[in-house]
Design a protein around this ligand. Structure first.
Ligand code: 5GP
Ligand code: MG
Ligand code: MG
Length: 191
């Protein structure tokens, strides 16, 4: 789905499909270089990071295992609390493995901080992070991001895997919805 298909819902586009492709190609080259000869495990957090992992995995030029975890954090509809619940765990051990966490967006950093600590606690040989988007101004806890993505302002975005109320994940770029689209926001879990 493209912006033009849902123009009446969109306030503005923030990151275009071309910008996403450029970033992913550049990052894939770097990752292929850095992990050459290593046993790479790419881990995406469901569901938001699925599109980014799919796109990145096709651009890297070395073999890599792809795994998924589903995490949720309690908080209001557009904010994360840092209280993390594992909805779906990994099916494999990470002991001694080189893990690249592939994320859609970093906001407070709480989800990622928890995940990095958890994987290191399980004995991973290394844990690095790529995130397509980064709301740097919202950071509450420090996380090292080896492969940085686009820094975006403090606006709630959808597209390329990111949802609002499970909608808009299949938009092929990153956009901000019109204010009226967010009006039925309520308390709940997000993932
Ligand atoms: P953090 O733990 O860094 O505060 O939150 C990260 C998670 O919050 C993301 O993986 C995503 O699920 C959600 N999130 C944060 N900002 C946005 C946003 O602008 N749009 C959407 N759709 N989800 C967001
Ligand atoms: Mg995420
Ligand atoms: Mg969500």
């Amino acid at each position: 789905m493209r912006i033009a298909d849902i123009q009446s819902h969109i306030d503005h586009e923030l990151v275009s499909r071309e910008q996403i492709e450029t970033l992913i190609e550049k990052t894939a080259r770097q990752i292929s270089h850095d992990y050459a000869g290593k046993d790479l495990l790419m881990l995406a957090v469901l569901k938001g990071a699925v599109n980014t992992l799919a796109a990145l995995s096709q651009e890297i030029s070395i073999p890599a295992q792809m795994e998924f975890m589903s995490l949720s954090s309690y908080g209001s509809g557009t904010q994360s609390s840092g209280v993390i619940r594992v909805r779906k765990d990994l099916d494999c051990s990470v002991r001694g493995r080189h893990i690249l966490i592939v994320e859609d967006i970093i906001d407070s950093g709480r989800t990622l901080r928890w995940l990095v600590d958890e994987l290191k606690g399980r004995g991973a040989a290394s844990v690095e992070v790529f995130s397509l988007l980064d709301k740097v101004s919202r950071r509450e806890v420090q996380v090292d991001v080896k492969y940085p993505g686009y820094v975006i302002p403090d606006e709630f975005v959808v597209g390329f895997g990111l949802d609002y109320d499970e909608q808009y994940r299949n938009l092929d770029s990153i956009a901000v919805l019109k204010p009226q689209e967010y009006e039925h926001e309520d308390q709940g879990e997000q993932s």
